[in-house]
Each structure stands twice: as structure tokens, then as C-alpha cells.
Design a protein around this ligand. Structure first.
Ligand code: EPU
Length: 450
């Protein structure tokens, strides 16, 4: 079994190049199914969720090759419209294939998606959107079968979401590209990844506007057959992780190839804690000249408010610095499992309903902990940087779903962190499952940076 091992206490100095955004590339890979030409995506992160998306693309007949950060998809031939349960369960974003395969082929069969366990993650809004566009959708024995009635197309309509959902907005945008007439998506999500999807769909010839606002309008077209190149936007959550790491451990780090405007809410919080932060268009410089004090409260809500995915690392940083800090989660009410692991390192966190109250500045001590989910795993690494002694993080396959190489990046700025192979635990835990990376690197299996 592979673990991440950290000896805390080092401050961080240097620079880190930020990877492309997981939550942007995944819906774009689904959307590439609309295109009968070749799509080349650049700045693609080498993460296991991308490997899972490539497996789905290949399963349905596309070619998908990742080389040096460029992922080429040829979706000219689609040979099946059914995605097996095993592939669906590898990640949450598999549900975005619903709208793409339906729009391209007129039918699709798949099961419920997997992904991080953050409390209930229903897909009713995805289904509602496709039904309103005219799809017939039935569920039978756990399989969702979705078809456009024979001889028809999806019909453009107004889709009113009850609240912003990133994934449902993406499914509706993709499905409506080939709908007859105009689709208006109201109460749409406004995340930067939605804007990136719009930019890619426009390159395919789609007539779409409004991304970044709560109303997105799509005027349907007949087909897409374009050879296009698209560069994935920087990952704002990975950016946030490294900002929180510096805020917690101290030091001075330049983050390059990032998008400071996409993570403004976190920059405001960390400045309030006493971090010196300066930005250019594509970089963020963070320095901790004085001790930091966490104070006040932060509420995770849809963009442009504070992102739920940046909260675990912020809570970890609040545990490491002094002060009392309250975090309120308004998107995934049960996203607090990682707090129990932080407590094993000595963090003092009181959970009440959807809030975490952190009494910071307690001495953190290394311990053996497990990543409970992707961002919760990153939070353990942030806390481990500040803990005395050795922190061992297990279940790191969660972290590898979204971070290209957390160890490489933190080590490059002076953290004492490495991968370590340990004897297998019980296979039944499924913990030893080797993470597959798109380029075959195996997520750093076997590397030991001792
Ligand atoms: N919701 C429903 N019904 C639906 C869809 C969503 O009730 O049909 C609810 C959810 O339960 C949640 C809220 O709506 O309470 C918002 O969920 P959303 O659909 O926006 O989330 P998502 O599309 O499943 C994406 C990211 C998540 C991120 C959330 C919120 C991807 C692949 N995933 O998930 O990212 O937390 O938006 O910003 O884009 C991560 O990267 O670690 C991660 C979990």
C-alpha cells in the first residue's frame, strides 16, 4: 500500500506551477463526443479522474491519447451508447456523458456515478434538464436509459433549475447544442469551469452565451465536425491548496500559471489572516512575514462565493495558526469526515450541523491518518506540514483523483514529504487499489524520495 509520509516543521520557499483544472477538463472530455472532428486539449492534468474519463471515451469507440499534457480525442466513431457500471462508478463526472452521448447518438444507457462521498449527491436536476429538452428517461434495475423519441431531436426550452448545480448546468449546455431552437438555462451555475465549457463549445461551432451569469442561452446547431485545440484553465482548487499550505506552514511561494481572479474569495480570507499576497494576471505570490491569526467565518456557497472544495485545506490551515475560526458548509452538508482525521493530528474542531468551529494554534503532532476524500486528503497534507514528527496519510488514491503530484509540488518548495510503500493492509478495504494514471505512470507507484 502506498502512503504519503510527511515530517512537519519546514517552511515553504520557491515556486509551483499550477496544473490544469480537473473540474474543467472532465466535462470538456464529455463534450468532445459532440465533435466528429479532432479535439486537442492542452494543459491536461495527469490525474486518475482523467484516466477514468479516457476509459469511458475508449469504451464507447473514441480514441483518446494523453502525451505531455496534450490529450487528443477523436470521436468520429461512436460504437456503443452504454457505459458499464464499473466505469460510471470511478468518478462523479461520468454523469456528464449523459447529455453528450444523448445529443450525439439519440440514446444512452448508464448507471449512477461515483465520486467523493460528501453526503447525498442526487442527479435529479440532470434528469429534469434532459426531460425538459424532450428525452424519454426510465430507470430500471439501477440503469438509467435515456432516448430521444424516434425521428425527433431534442427541443430547445427554458430549463429553470431550483438552484445552481455545476454538473447539471454542464449536462444541459452540452445536450442543448444539438437541440432544435433555443434553450435557456436559468439559475445556472457560474463557476469558471462553466465558462471554459462555453469557450470549447463555441470552438465546435455552438451558438452559446451567458456562461458566468445565471442565464445561459444555447441556439441549437445540426452537427459539429471541427478540428480544434483548447487549453484547459488553471485549477483554482489546487491553487487554493498550495496557498493554504503556505499560510499554515509559513514561507514565501510564487504560484505560476494560475488564475488569481478565480480564487479571489480565498485570497481575501488569507489576507485577513495576515498573509501578504500579490497577484499578476497569471501568478500569485504569498509570503508570511508575521504570525497568522485566523478569525471570523467563511461560508461555502456557489461561485463567486467561497468554494466548498477549498474549505478542507482552509480548515487545516486554521487549525495550524492561532485564532478562532468558523466554517459553514452550504453545498455538501456532510462534508466533514476529514475533520475527524485532522483531530487525530491534534486539531481542535467542533462540528455542529453544517459548521466547523476551529480553535487554532493547538500543537499538531504527527499521526497515522487516512484521506477520506480528495480535498480532505489534501487537508491532511497541509496539517502534516505543520505537525511535529511524522504524519502518514493512507488511502491516497483519493488525492490522486485530482492532484497530479502533491508530493512533487510540496517537495519542490522544501517540504519534507515522500511516497512510501508499506505492507498491504487487508485487500477488502480496497485501499490498496493502485491508481491508474492516463500516461501509465501509475501515480508515482514505487517512487520513494527518501
Ligand atoms: N444537486 C442536487 N441534484 C442534482 C445535482 C446537484 O440536489 O441533480 C445538489 C448537490 O447535492 C449539491 C448542490 O446541488 O448540494 C451542488 O452540486 P453540484 O451539482 O454543483 O456539484 P457537482 O457538479 O456534483 C462539482 C464539482 C465538485 C464541487 C461541486 C460544487 C466536478 C466534477 N465536481 O460537483 O468538485 O464540489 O461542483 O462546487 O465539477 C472536487 O473537485 O473535489 C469536487 C467535489
Amino acid at each position: 500500500m502506498r502512503k504519503i509520509v510527511i515530517e512537519g516543521g519546514n517552511k515553504l520557499y520557491g515556486s509551483i506551477k499550477i496544473q490544469g483544472a480537473k473540474n474543467s477538463v472532465l466535462p470538456l472530455l464529455s463534450a468532445s463526443i459532440l465533435n466528429e472532428g479532432i479535439s486537442v486539449f492542452q494543459n491536461v492534468p495527469n490525474i486518475s479522474d482523467v484516466a477514468a474519463a479516457m476509459k469511458i471515451l475508449r469504451h464507447i469507440g473514441c480514441t483518446a491519447e494523453l502525451s505531455g499534457g496534450a490529450l487528443t480525442v477523436d470521436a468520429s466513431v461512436i460504437s456503443t451508447t452504454e457505459i458499464p457500471d464499473g466505469l460510471m462508478r470511478e468518478m462523479r463526472s461520468s454523469v456528464i456523458f449523459l447529455g453528450a452521448i444523448l445529443a450525439r447518438c439519440g440514446e444512452v444507457t448508464l448507471s449512477y456515478p461515483g465520486g467523493c462521498e460528501l453526503g447525498p449527491r442526487p442527479i435529479d436536476m440532470h434528469i429534469k434538464a434532459l426531460r425538459e429538452l424532450g428525452a424519454d428517461i426510465h430507470e430500471d434495475a439501477g440503469k438509467i436509459r435515456c432516448i430521444i423519441p424516434a425521428g425527433r431531436r431534442l427541443i430547445g426550452r427554458r430549463i429553470d433549475f431550483r438552484g445552481p448545480s455545476v454538473g447539471a448546468t454542464e449536462n444541459a449546455m452540452i445536450a442543448s447544442v444539438f437541440a432544435q431552437g433555443t434553450t435557456v438555462i436559468a439559475n445556472a451555475a457560474k463557476e469558471p469551469e462553466i465558462w471554459d465549457l462555453q469557450m470549447y463549445l463555441r470552438k465546435l461551432g455552438a451558438d452559446i452565451e451567458g456562461a458566468g451569469t445565471s442565464v445561459i442561452t444555447v441556439r441549437g446547431i445540426d452537427t459539429c465536425a471541427m478540428n480544434v485545440t483548447h487549453t484547459i484553465i488553471p485549477d483554482r482548487i489546487v491553487t487554493g491548496t498550495y496557498l493554504c499550505a503556505v499560510a499554515a506552514a509559513g514561507g514565501e511561494v510564487l504560484l505560476t500559471d494560475c488564475g488569481p481572479t478565480h480564487i479571489e474569495s480565498l485570497l481575501t480570507v488569507l489576507r485577513g489572516w495576515g498573509c501578504e499576497i500579490n497577484t499578476s494576471k497569471t501568478s500569485i505570490h504569498i509570503k508570511t512575514a508575521a504570525p497568522r491569526t485566523a478569525s471570523g467565518s467563511v461560508v461555502a456557497e456557489p461561485y463567486p462565493a467561497f468554494p466548498t472544495d477549498a474549505a478542507p485545506t482552509l480548515v487545516a490551515a486554521a487549525s495550524a495558526v492561532s485564532g478562532n475560526f468558523v466554517f459553514v458548509e452550504k453545498i455538501f452538508s456532510e462534508r466533514f469526515k476529514y475533520c475527524r482525521e485532522l483531530e487525530k493530528l491534534g486539531a481542535e474542531i467542533t462540528l455542529f450541523e453544517n459548521s466547523a468551529m476551529v480553535s487554532g494554534g493547538k500543537a499538531l503532532c504527527g499521526a497515522s491518518v487516512d484521506a477520506t476524500d480528495l480535498r480532505g486528503g489534501a487537508a491532511l497534507a497541509v496539517a502534516g506540514l505543520c505537525a511535529s514528527g511524522i504524519t502518514e496519510i493512507g488511502e491516497i488514491q483519493h488525492i490522486e483523483r485530482g492532484y497530479e503530484d502533491l508530493v512533487r509540488d510540496l517537495r519542490s518548495v522544501g517540504a519534507n514529504i515522500m511516497y512510501m510503500n508499506t505492507p498491504e493492509r487487508s485487500e477488502s478495504a480496497g485501499a490498496a487499489k493502485r491508481t491508474e494514471k492516463p500516461d501509465g505512470a501509475g501515480g508515482g507507484q514505487g517512487r520513494l524520495y527518501a
